[in-house]
Design a protein around this ligand. Structure first.
Ligand code: NAD
Ligand code: ZN
Ligand code: ZN
Length: 346
């Protein structure tokens, strides 16, 4: 089959032919209908050889949807041809966190070397994808896999981030979204669907701010050195009760903490690697900072329900498998508005 692989440190991803995977006992083979392109892959492909955590070559793609092509021995509850979405943050399935459905926080994944597809295990930007266990699949039903596939990360990750702060986002509150790309433009919609908060969106790109406004942001602010002062002004000097940073670089983390209100949650989702300064006198009283990762299995079911109900609508650009390297280039250059989705069998 054909697959898109990151093969060598520092090299661009390539379309290659690899052996067709076959499902072993308990596994499920999917014919991939759609696979999303996430900025985390750009980060992975910028990491140095020293300490690089995955084996190369690595088939990319950690947002996947497909139809069941073959069932391994013993798999029940799924039928061939069924349309499913893949829950990506695979865990061991038996530790306390996994038992709670929070496989994203599996206590044994490192020890057992369990890796998500596209982030260690072979990923979804390929004609076929091997899924290690049927519990990592959620039926899509009549939800369009192309619009639905980004919900497995670009939807699930902000959903998990926002859900943890719902108690702060009461009537009269403000939520700030920094970086309204793939994840951020879904975050704006989730905030509108789940909370009565006023939503202020920040980005460096006028095009992305326009999309943020279109999908529900009440205010849009250019993310520059004056952004924090503007957000303060828009909130009568009080700041925002929920701040969601989908960049995580030094300037955005500085803005995120600078716009926090008393008792605010500052949620760092972007993996830009910057640290927040928290301390008495440095941050407003009782402000908290969190850095969550992906989401739980239950939350994926919930976010897919929101998609099915039409409460969130991911803005997608589609590409063929051969165009996947170009999609990564465009994402790297900041030219993807919304989410790029690869159609490996399209
Ligand atoms: P994206 O490229 O689609 O979006 C990033 C957005 O940030 C773009 O709109 C860009 O214009 C904007 N931006 C860049 N610099 C900015 C600045 N200084 N101020 C404001 N906006 C700025 O990327 P994505 O796929 O949505 O991913 C967003 C981030 O989330 C990445 O760092 C990614 O690695 C990370 N991520 C984290 C998790 C997690 O579990 N924590 C999961 C998925 C993605
Ligand atoms: Zn991702
Ligand atoms: Zn576990």
């Amino acid at each position: 089959m054909r697959a898109v692989q990151y093969r060598e440190i520092g090299a661009a991803p390539e379309v290659v032919t690899v052996p067709d995977p076959e499902p072993g006992p308990g596994q499920v083979l999917l014919k991939v209908t759609a696979a999303g392109v996430c900025h985390s892959d750009i980060a992975v492909m910028s990491w140095p050889a020293e300490g690089f955590p995955y084996r190369l070559p690595l088939t990319l793609g950690h947002e996947g949807a497909g139809t069941v092509a073959a069932l391994g021995e013993g798999v029940q509850g799924l039928s061939e041809g069924e349309s499913v979405a893949v829950y990506g943050p695979w865990g061991c399935g038996t530790c306390l966190k996994c038992a709670e459905g929070k496989e994203n926080y599996c206590l044994r994944a490192d020890e057992l070397e369990i890796r998500p597809p596209g982030l260690g295990a072979p990923g979804a930007i390929a004609e076929y994808l091997l899924v290690d266990d049927a519990r990592h699949l959620v039926p899509l039903g009549d939800l369009d896999p192309v619009a639905g596939v980004p919900l497995t990360d670009a939807g699930l990750t902000p959903y998990h981030a926002i859900k943890g702060s719902l108690s702060k986002l009461v009537p009269g509150s403000t939520a700030v979204v920094i970086g309204t790309g793939g994840l951020g433009h879904v975050a704006v919609q989730l905030l509108r669907a789940l909370t009565p908060a006023r939503v202020i969106a920040l980005d460096v790109s006028a095009e992305k701010l326009e999309l943020a406004g279109k999908v529900g942001a009440h205010e849009t602010v250019l993310s520059d050195e004056n952004a924090a002062a503007k957000v303060r002004e828009l909130t009568g000097g009080l700041g925002a009760e929920g701040v969601f940073d989908f960049v995580g670089a030094a300037p955005t983390v500085a803005t995120a903490t600078a716009v926090a209100a008393v008792e605010a949650d500052v949620v760092l989702v972007g993996i830009g690697g910057a640290a927040a300064q928290v301390g008495f006198g440095l941050t407003p009283f009782d402000a908290s900072v969190r850095a969550p990762y992906w989401g739980s299995r239950g939350e994926l079911v919930e976010v897919l329900e929101l998609g099915r109900a039409g409460k969130i609508d991911v803005h997608v650009e589609t590409y063929g498998l051969d165009e996947a390297p170009e999609a990564y280039e465009r994402l790297h250059a900041g030219r993807v508005n919304g989410r790029a989705v690869i159609l490996p069998n399209g």
